[in-house]
Design a protein around this ligand. Structure first.
Ligand code: ATP
Length: 239
């Protein structure tokens, strides 16, 4: 039986008067790909930020393997093996590909052999990054930068990867490659929480999907069921 790895219980996040998350509860099983879909401003990014400690949670609880991590500092959450690959990639343009990756290994800074091993693993997984290891991050294409952002996340050897809009602004052919990598990374045992505006992609990739609207979960189910849901088809899939 699968184990629950992440749980949110009635989580609320406000930015001043804006109630970005209004009592969100969800559960993620170890080894799953779970997607969050919803229109602009629904609260998807806020949910990932709350999970990785980047925004304060006003009420409710977040658990990792049953232990509360609500409002822990981001570096503590990273040490607990949650990696956040942010929207817009946020790579360091003025650093090389290899330097960007080494920064991702900051949780392993005492273990030089481990860093070399992780670097090697990433270059095997993403050969294009190995080819471009001495190039500046800013000189890569959007798709390559997204691969670099994911690889940088993997450098902390996470169990859980939070991926915020990995398809955004990327050529369709590259999106296919990136999602193939996401499936491979998941097959290697990592749990993935994916925020994705492209509902088709989300439903194809994830086993379970939550639908967020104005800070609340309005629907949730396995992808197989949601793909046949009338509202999902009309509102998110344009059918
Ligand atoms: P998008 O796909 O557009 O990024 P989202 O579903 O990720 O949307 P959030 O970015 O989490 O949504 O935003 C949720 C709500 O919180 C929106 O109303 C947004 O305007 C607001 N918001 C987000 N970040 C901030 C901030 N730093 N300060 C004030 N309001 C914010």
């Amino acid at each position: 039986m699968s184990k629950e790895i992440v749980k949110l219980d009635d989580v609320c996040v406000c930015y001043g008067a804006i109630r970005a998350l209004q009592g969100v509860s969800l559960s993620v099983e170890e080894g799953a790909i779970v997607a969050l879909i919803g229109s602009n401003g629904a609260g998807k990014t806020t949910l990932l930020n709350a999970l990785s400690g980047l925004v304060p949670v006003q009420s409710g609880h977040i658990f990792l393997r049953g232990e509360e991590i609500t409002n822990e500092k981001p570096h503590i959450i990273a040490q607990r093996r949650i990696a956040h690959v942010p929207e817009g990639r946020k790579i360091f343009s003025e650093l090389t590909v290899e330097e960007n990756l080494r920064i991702g290994a900051y949780t392993q800074y005492k273990n030089k052999a481990k860093i070399e091993q992780l670097l090697h693993m990433n270059f095997e997984l993403f050969p294009i990054l190995a080819e471009r290891r001495k190039q500046m991050g800013g000189s890569l294409s959007g798709g390559e930068q997204q691969m670099l952002a994911i690889a940088r996340g993997l450098m902390s050897e996470p169990d859980i990867i939070l991926l915020d809009e990995p398809s955004l602004g990327i050529a369709p052919i590259m999106v296919e490659h990136i999602f193939e990598f996401i499936r491979q990374i998941n097959a290697s045992g990592k749990t993935i929480i994916l925020v994705e505006q492209n509902a088709n992609l989300a439903l194809e990739t994830a086993s379970y999907v939550y639908v967020l609207e104005t800070g609340r979960i309005v629907n949730e189910n396995t992808s197989d069921v949601l793909i046949h849901d009338d509202t999902i088809q009309k509102v998110y899939l344009g059918l």
